[in-house]
Design a protein around this ligand. Structure first.
Ligand code: GRF
Length: 203
């Protein structure tokens, strides 16, 4: 059987990338990362990838003529690396239907709230403003909408009195680092069956 090749897209510090690297290194995820791509030259994810000996490139959005050009370059780099599953790990850009079609059903994303609640770029701020008592994180397949694809896994954390964005984010992040490797492991082992909005886990 051919090994799954992951292509990880990130914009920032890359702690989720690190949790995926760790799960590959300890043998839990039987896949390799073919390439890490960032859209920002100073993304910590680039450093983490290089330290782990993983090919890493920055495709700087500001150097591209537009979104189409940017996404074509992304697709080219992912295909060149033989990527079969695209993993969005803190990638702060919305991908167009063109990109989604290129890797249809083979793109995962992590979002730091219990979707469909609090989608968008400011989940923790919105959670605190609304006053909910429970938050969490969601791993989902990516479709053509924003944070709207079929849900693979979710986990919860309490929202505590006095929470600030930073304290809530840190509590959720601990769960993210467990949940993303688990979702990828399930995918790699062929345990995820998608039927419309519903993802069934067959172990
Ligand atoms: C995570 O909270 C993720 O859920 C969100 O962006 C953050 C990325 O963190 N989409 P990191 O770069 O993986 O540390």
């Amino acid at each position: 059987m051919n090994k799954t090749v992951l292509g990880v897209l990130a914009s920032g510090r890359g702690s989720n990338l690190q949790s995926i690297i760790a799960a590959i290194e300890n043998g839990r995820i039987k896949a390799r990362i073919g390439v890490v791509i960032t859209d920002k030259p100073d993304a910590g994810a680039l450093v983490r990838a290089r330290e782990a000996g993983i090919p890493a490139v920055c495709i700087d959005r500001r150097q591209c003529t537009g979104r189409e050009d940017f996404e074509e370059k992304l697709v080219e780099a992912l295909k060149e690396a033989g990527v079969t599953l695209v993993v969005l790990a803190g990638f702060m850009r919305i991908l167009s239907p063109y990109f989604v079609r290129e890797f249809k059903d083979h793109i995962m994303n992590i979002h730091p709230s219990l979707l469909p609640a609090f989608s968008g770029a400011h989940a923790h701020r919105d959670v605190l403003a609304y006053g909910v008592k429970v938050s969490g994180c969601t791993i989902h397949f990516v479709d053509e909408g924003m944070d709207s694809g079929p849900i693979i896994l979710q986990d919860t954390v309490p929202v505590l009195p006095g929470d600030q964005e930073e304290t809530l984010a840190a509590r959720v992040l601990e769960k993210e680092h467990q949940l993303y490797p688990r979702a990828i492991e399930l995918y790699v082992n062929g345990c995820l069956q998608v039927d419309g909005r519903h993802v069934t886990i067959k172990e």
